[in-house]
Design a protein around this ligand. Structure first.
Ligand SMILES: Cc1ncc(COP(=O)(O)O)c(C=O)c1O
Length: 391
């Protein structure tokens, strides 16, 4: 590097994304079953291809369009929010289509903070949230959850300072699979209202709940519209991760700030992808319901397999998304253990340190990306691997 170029940048304090690190180890060990990446095993509904083909012949598909999203998609999203999330966007909110929920989060951080501000992240958190906060020159304040990864509202309240600008919740949760209780989400939302903070509610797994667990949108609570930023994604529900479409609902007073961020980073989401998203939303939630039922059955198999670890691990309740955050009773460094699991037992999981779990040896097991037999085989290898390494 030439001497005149400064060595330190804002990126030096941002954690390296874990997925490519684990991905490299997987590539070096052919035959590894990956329980690493948080993706689903299915693609979009077939109607999407027809909509995109039709869109390609329209000149407007190839031009810039509204930063907030093409009107046809924004209208469909507003209808979906009213019908499924009980969020009426005509009451003081705006909708913005983004290149995935990750981008919605980045915009929300840019729009609500100044450098040096604090954003509260209950741990475990989604690593890209912490990375976005760091990139914005803010500080992520980690607040532990309880043994079942449910929010500890008192601890969150105690972490609020004069620099706090927002509290983030993810339900159903990545990486824990916990569906956060409605009462805790209401308490966090009220805390935000009373203390002049934003509640950033990330909800990409809204359809992925099992048994009696129910997803609830904090944006639907009375008086929430003025301080709640809700974000959603088509990546999981519609097998849409590569199309990069998500959306945010946010208070109208943030419109100018949100649009500045969108205009600078993206200008507008890809028009063909927005047409594809509109077609997927027309098919609707029913599309993913059979897949969610299959995931529930996979989840049962994963949990019963993991329970074979007995006293070597704790397997907490997970009734949402497609993750389990396993606690292994070991003093080993989680990344070193993850590497041995790949190299010696050909199974990949993600170390909990990436999600802010630094008080023990945690691993996220993701079971959405593979067929049931492969997941069960992978979890079998995980159990055998841990038994072998930890003896
Ligand atoms: C909690 C959470 N938020 C956001 C995202 C990113 O979603 P998108 O693909 O819409 O950017 C993910 C993806 O795994 C996630 O788990």
């Amino acid at each position: 590097m030439p001497e005149t170029i400064r060595a330190f940048t804002r990126m030096d304090q941002v954690q390296a994304p874990i997925i490519p690190i684990i991905g490299r180890m997987i590539r070096q060990t052919p035959g590894t079953i990956s329980l690493g990446q948080g993706v689903v095993h299915y693609g979009p509904p077939p109607q999407v291809a027809d909509a995109v083909r039709a869109a390609l012949s329209r000149v407007s598909t190839h031009e810039y369009n509204d930063g907030a999203g093409i009107p046809a998609l924004v209208q469909r999203i507003a209808k979906k929010l009213a019908a499924e999330n009980q969020i009426d966007v005509s009451r003081g909110s705006r909708v913005m289509v983004t290149a995935g929920a990750n981008m919605a989060f980045m915009h929300a951080v840019m729009a609500t903070t100044a450098p040096g501000d604090e954003v509260i992240l209950p741990t475990p958190f989604y690593f890209n949230h912490e990375m976005a906060i760091d990139m914005a020159g803010c500080r992520a304040v980690r607040v532990p959850t309880d043994d079942n990864y449910q929010l500890r509202v008192d601890a969150i309240a105690n972490a609020v300072t004069s620099r706090t600008r927002a509290i983030v919740t993810i339900s159903p949760n990545n990486p824990s699979g916990a569906v956060l209780s409605e009462s805790s989400l209401r308490a966090v939302n009220a805390l935000c209202r009373d203390r002049g903070l934003y509640h950033i509610a990330d909800e990409p797994y809204e359809y992925f709940t099992y048994g009696a667990a129910r997803h609830v949108s904090p944006g639907s609570f009375a008086d929430a519209a003025g301080h709640t930023i809700s974000m959603y994604s088509l990546s999981k529900a519609y097998g849409f991760a590569g199309w990069r479409i998500g959306y945010a609902v946010y208070p109208e007073h943030l419109e100018s700030a949100m649009l500045k961020s969108q205009d600078t980073i993206l200008i507008c989401p890809t028009i063909a992808a927005q047409e594809a998203a509109a077609a997927a939303l027309d098919v609707g939630r029913a599309y993913c319901e059979p897949f969610v039922r299959d995931l529930d059955s996979i989840r049962h198999s994963v949990v019963s397999e993991l329970q074979k670890l007995g006293s070597r691990a704790t397997v907490p309740t997970s009734d949402g998304a497609f993750y389990i955050l396993l606690r292994v009773h070991s003093d080993m460094a989680p990344l070193a253990l993850a590497e041995r699991l790949i190299r010696e037992h050909k199974v990949a999981v993600i170390p909990g340190t990436a999600f802010g779990m630094t008080d023990g040896c945690y691993f996220r097991v993701a079971y959405g990306a593979l067929q049931k037999e492969t997941v069960v085989q992978g979890v079998g290898r995980l159990v055998e691997g841990l038994q072998a390494i930890l003896t």
